[in-house]
Design a protein around this ligand. Sequence first.
Ligand SMILES: Nc1ncnc2c1ncn2[C@@H]1O[C@H](COP(=O)(O)OP(=O)(O)OP(=O)(O)O)[C@@H](O)[C@H]1O
Length: 251
Amino acid sequence: MTEPLLDIRGLSKSFGALRATDDVSLTLLPGEIHALIGPNGAGKSTLIQQIAGGLAPDAGRVMVNGRDVTDLGTADRAKCGLGRTFQISALAMENTVLQNAMLGAVGATRSVWRFLKPVMQDTHLCAEAKAAIERVGLQDVAHARVGTLSHGQRRLLEVAVALTLNPKLFLMDEPMAGLGAEGTARMTSFLNDLRREAPILLVEHDMDAVFTLADRISVLVAGKVIATGTPDEIRSNPDVRTAYLGDEVPL
Ligand SMILES: Nc1ncnc2c1ncn2[C@@H]1O[C@H](COP(=O)(O)OP(=O)(O)OP(=O)(O)O)[C@@H](O)[C@H]1O
């Protein structure tokens, strides 16, 4: 049997009396896009944060590539191969595309921008960063400041920054958010190819993109996974249809 690259078991997290995630288990297999959908407030972001290491679960375990990472912080989880893009941009607007990708490659944050010069002279890092920029198709704007890029280009750069760490799997929180039709099509095509290299756990509100891309979909409602299956299985699942009743989600 194929071993999952990500295996989460019984993750629970409460905020006071509210159970934001309630005994959630799911896997991410090599080569797949597993989408996590659910109405607003269902617990998707809370779950992603627990997997990435930004939020400690009350109960449950997170296994990455066979290793229990539950007690590790975000940086150590990244070293285990967990790549991540964020709902809110973590890019430095005043710096160039290449500079952002290079600092991504050293796992740097804004607080170490003063080390930019020595980092920029590292030819190996520079080659890695340029390769990642090319992968997402931003080579023509490599020396442009991020502040001058379109929203869609910034989203692609976020993926490039994550790629520089050579992740074994990706967590992506709403990569299509704010993209127009053209940007969504470009990102969809990119993620479609990326899954072969690193599977993706995808939180996304764009249902067209989800149903086009996902090999499996899990539906989270009030902190619980109510169904996991192929897009066809999810589309025809009566519990899922009930959960979305009145919502404009075109299942
Ligand atoms: N830090 C927090 N403190 C208290 N309650 C929180 C906190 N974070 C999230 N919640 C609550 O937990 C529930 C799940 O929120 P979460 O953001 O995980 O849902 P979501 O599915 O990501 O929603 P959306 O699709 O709107 O982003 C919500 O009721 C939210 O108000």
